[in-house]
Write a protein that binds this ligand. Structure first.
Ligand SMILES: NC(=O)c1ccc[n+]([C@@H]2O[C@H](COP(=O)([O-])OP(=O)(O)OC[C@H]3O[C@@H](n4cnc5c(N)ncnc54)[C@H](O)[C@@H]3O)[C@@H](O)[C@H]2O)c1
Length: 296
């Protein structure tokens, strides 16, 4: 049993990760702005050195670092804030991890580190992020790499695609937008023709990936965590209609500048490490609808 600190453990993905770690028998603590309902929480801003100091105690074996400014659009509006949380806080936590003998530091990253790329994303595609969000996650990945190289810290990075599932009420990505519209018998805006391809991965599968990455056999460096089979925005809408039984009319509006035509990822590395996605889009959308329809 390892003591695992989960930063951002009260968030959407964090709550599922905490549950998966508890199920594996770990001793879990959370550091977050918001108190976690089930596990001890260091409540506060991780930009505050005192909060970090109380979070990374000498008995922490592994840090799972999820706390971040997660909005891509928000990062375009507030690049300095995003740098402070996503880079400076990560650097400070890594340094505490080094000083306090933490064995591993696992971080949530994103395929937005790759930026505009036409081919299938693998872990070896060069990083050319196109937004402050992507840039700060790429910078944080590099910090982990440096600490791994210099101090032998095991530093796995999980590059998540679009995560969906129960617990998304506060989110504004396309899946919750569709399902909230369904609950209100409204329609949704679809950018362009809706044939853009995206990779959706269920939060249950993501949580299992973090639980695996905590174990000593998972190596450092990046691994892409996605479904490995991309779907169009119109396919997502069909799945939401099937799950909700609602019409969810589509209003096609002009595509946003810079929107990627396709995100297609290769998950061979994660598969080779013993992880595989289990939840289909049909099943997954049903879990998201069951959760959201009772909360809207
Ligand atoms: N949701 C996705 O589709 C997705 C995709 C790729 C990567 N990620 C990454 O996964 C991680 C978790 O994302 P999420 O969707 O669960 O986000 P979320 O916003 O639901 O959760 C983030 C949590 O971190 C906490 N937090 C953020 N900044 C903090 C700070 N300065 N001090 C203290 N607490 C702070 C928030 O209170 C929140 O509970 C993030 O690092 C995000 O970049 C998410």
């Amino acid at each position: 049993m390892t003591r695992v600190l989960v930063t951002g453990g009260s968030g959407f993905i964090g709550r599922h990760v905490v549950r998966a770690l508890l199920a594996d028998g770990h001793d879990v603590v959370v550091a977050d702005r918001d108190e976690h309902p089930d596990v001890p929480t260091v409540v506060g801003e991780l930009e505050d050195a005192g909060v970090r100091d109380r979070a990374v105690t000498e008995d922490v074996g592994v840090v799972v670092h999820l706390a971040a400014e997660t909005s891509v659009l928000g990062s375009v509006e507030r690049p300095v804030k995003v740098h402070s949380v996503n880079v400076d806080v990560t650097a400070a936590l890594l340094e505490l991890a080094r000083q306090r003998g933490v064995e591993a530091f696992v971080m949530a990253s994103t395929n937005a580190v790759v930026g505009g790329y036409d081919g299938t994303f693998t872990e070896s595609v060069p990083l050319r992020p196109l937004t402050p969000y992507g840039a700060t996650k790429a910078a944080a990945e590099m910090l982990l790499s440096g600490y791994a190289g210099a101090y032998g810290l095991r530093a796995p990075v999980l590059r998540l695609t679009n995560v969906y599932g129960p617990g998304m009420k506060a989110k504004d990505s396309f899946v919750p937008r569709m399902l909230k519209a369904a609950a209100r018998d409204e329609g949704v805006q679809v950018y362009g023709d809706g044939l853009q391809r995206r990779d959706l991965v269920h939060v249950h599968d993501v949580a299992r990936a973090f639980a695996l990455a905590v174990s000593p056999s998972w190596p450092g460096g990046p691994s892409i965590i996605g479904s490995g089979s991309s779907v169009t925005v119109l396919d997502m809408l069909e799945a939401a209609r099937a799950a909700s039984g609602r019409a969810i009319a589509a209003e096609h509006v002009p595509a946003k500048a810079g929107e990627m035509p396709a995100v297609v990822v290769d998950i061979a590395r994660a598969r080779s490490l013993g992880w595989a996605p289990e939840v289909s889009l049909t099943e997954g959308m049903a879990t998201a609808w069951d959760d959201l329809s009772t909360r809207v």
